[in-house]
Design a protein around this ligand. Structure first.
Ligand SMILES: [Zn+2]
Length: 304
């Protein structure tokens, strides 16, 4: 137990020192120019471990230098994940999620949501990611997302929306979480607090489990919700939808019994509604793209 504690303490210390050194070295632009990135970070890891070994002479005998080096390298992976790595992790998380939720096999319904999603994704801050939009057969009003471009929309949410623009607002918000790499940060924090440091090694399955928890149950931070709202609203405007539909749908759901991901209690929904209304530029306030209720209801009738 003591060894575990020492390891955890060392791990936390390594992380802190690593971040400090990283920001210090980040200022030394010339170093980065002639050192390949991998060697640059490897150098920092070695320096970090060195600093710990010098600072903790009594522990140095029991601490396994190789383990520490390995952990330093793994934190680098957590902090500098490429799009390809994020997509791989997202695909694995999606596979795990598929055993937790029931995905609709109705091609017309999936195609409808996918078309709205792809239109929004093209106008998001990460248009080059490959996005997958799936409909979950569940009457709860909910939508969620995981890293690497995976967005899920419940049938219950589609039925609760008055028009396509309201549905697009929620999908835009979820794309906003992906564009802001929120779940990656969330997973990283949860992994560190649970003592899991490897994204691509033996702890991979646990990371995927945390990814599923983050997508389905762990609430996003207040800051991430505001960020996803802001990104979602911009994406809606860029895609030709009426941005007013986003706060309108939230207002409508304040009284609903379910507490969907995009309406998690922190921050309070009325605050978010006011915030969104303030963010809509005057020129777009009266836009009507996607507000036609009868066209939307007609589409839904053909699916359900
Ligand atoms: Zn959200």
């Amino acid at each position: 137990m003591l060894v575990v504690r020492i390891n955890l303490a060392l791990f936390a210390l390594t992380h802190t020192i690593f971040l400090g050194l990283k920001s210090m070295f980040a200022r030394v632009a010339s170093l980065r120019q002639w050192l390949p990135q991998r060697w640059f970070y490897a150098g920092i890891s070695i320096l970090t471990v060195g600093a710990i070994m010098i600072g903790q002479p009594q522990m140095s005998q029991s601490a396994d230098l190789f383990q520490l080096l390995l952990r330093g390298a793994q934190i680098v992976q957590l902090s500098n994940m490429s799009d390809a790595q994020e997509i791989t992790l997202g695909e694995q998380t999606n596979q795990s999620l598929l055993s937790e939720v029931r995905i609709s096999r109705n091609p017309a319904l999936t195609n409808y949501v996918n078309q709205i999603g792809q239109r929004l994704a093209r106008n998001s801050a990460r248009p080059n990611l490959k996005y997958t939009f799936q409909v979950v057969e569940d009457d709860n009003i909910n939508a969620f997302a995981t890293m690497g471009g995976f967005v899920y929309v419940n049938t219950g949410l589609m039925k609760a929306a008055d028009n396509e623009a309201q549905l697009a607002g929620v999908i835009g918000h979820e794309i906003g979480h992906i564009a802001g790499r929120h779940s990656l940060q969330h997973i990283k924090q949860a992994a560190i607090s649970q003592g899991v440091s490897s994204l691509f090694g033996v702890d991979r399955d646990r990371i995927v489990q945390i990814g599923v928890q983050v997508a389905l149950t762990l609430p996003n931070s207040r800051q991430d919700e505001y960020d996803a709202d802001r990104r979602g609203l911009t994406t809606m405007i860029q895609s030709g939808y009426a941005p007013s539909a986003m706060p309108e749908f939230m207002k409508k759901l304040i009284t609903s019994k379910s507490s969907p991901e995009f309406l998690s209690s922190h921050p309070a929904v009325p605050e978010r509604v006011v915030n969104l209304q303030r963010m809509i530029p005057a020129a777009y306030r009266n836009r009507t793209g996607g507000l036609n209720a009868s066209t939307y209801k007609q589409s839904l009738r053909s699916f359900f």
